[in-house]
Design a protein around this ligand. Sequence first.
Ligand SMILES: Nc1ncnc2c1ncn2[C@@H]1O[C@H](COP(=O)(O)OP(=O)(O)O)[C@@H](O)[C@H]1O
Ligand SMILES: [Mg+2]
Length: 398
Amino acid sequence: MNIETYYRIFRYISTSVHSSTDVNEVLGLAVKSVTEAVHAKGALLRILNLGTHQLELNAAYGLNECYLSKGHVSSQEVIAELCKQNKVVVIEDVLASSRVQYPQAAREQGIKMMMDVPLFLGDHVVGIVRIFFSEQRKFSEEEINFLVSISEQCAIAIEKTRLIEKHKSMYDHLALQTEKLSALGRMAAGIAHEINNPLGGILLYSSSLAKKVPPGGPLKEGLEIIIHEAMRCKNIIQDLLEFSREKEPEKTFANINQIIRKTLGMLENEFRLHHIKLETHLFEEMPNILVDVNQMQQVLVNLLLNAIEAVQDQGLVSIRSQIDPPQKNVKVEISDSGCGISPENIGKVFEPFFTTKSKGTGLGLAVTFRIVQNHKGNLHVFSRPGERTRFTIELPVA
Ligand SMILES: Nc1ncnc2c1ncn2[C@@H]1O[C@H](COP(=O)(O)OP(=O)(O)O)[C@@H](O)[C@H]1O
Ligand SMILES: [Mg+2]
């Protein structure tokens, strides 16, 4: 076969890799084209399952069911060799090679020779294409190059599906999160209103009683505890109402660095009190963006207070602003050297009422998430126990 034919087939497959979203269709097409182009008996494509280390059958052409139903192939030996050689492996004698797991079955199918072509993604082998021949023969350099190029296209197709799946699951997660937040928000608003009135009554009566009882006695002490605890409830309710209020942001053009500086000024005392070192890295040529300044300040206060609470004394908190060139986003990153967040908690921190603190409300991050969302931005968290915790806010430049 001449080089033009190879090129035509290659073009055909690479076009389908880019246009098709069905990876199985593409891989099926690839094994068929390969078989026909090199006059083989058949070909199959196996993808490495990272969990089981088995090579799982994904596409096949020209081989009968009985041979294919032999099951998965353990990958160790097959892959290790391909990695070492970094190119195709020709199995001259099916009966004499340890790469062939079912030699007898292959011979019964009339297979005398095989060739393995690796599917590389970066420097990892993610699978193989195995081509079957009914007689022994030599391969030209063009043929080998052709097979390697087709395999590269297959690897790209596999990578593409993995990316699509990853994005889909990220999107599903976000959609679920958003729905959960708004349902809980509505419920929270209802409860907050219901509790606010009786709480007002409790505060009113306990305060007026406290004025009437003699000072220093047990009655006075008890009433003060009631007042103190009722005040605490009131603050939580206030947070809740804040959280559930579907307030549209009042946006003006503002400089995020200025908002950061102002917020840090407000929290200066907190940092000093806990002997926490603060590092700031503000990117100076920051474009103005459309934000609700008060809400953005609240976002920063919430994240910084969490950071302060996580490091306790003597730790390090750092805040960084930068511009993310590919997306044209303004990015603010707040990280701390604190306790970190365990893997089982990390998915819950944005949920309202999720807290691990005895005096926490679990609303700070829920409010923060809502505000960033109302600014069409993104909020992400990265953390592991014992490692730095990092929250990133991304806001679009209008
Ligand atoms: N910087 C951080 N380091 C470690 N854990 C954090 C950090 N920020 C938030 N968390 C975790 O997320 C939870 C929820 O935070 P938040 O919504 O602000 O509520 P609260 O601060 O009232 O607990 C916290 O209780 C804590 O477990
Ligand atoms: Mg908090």
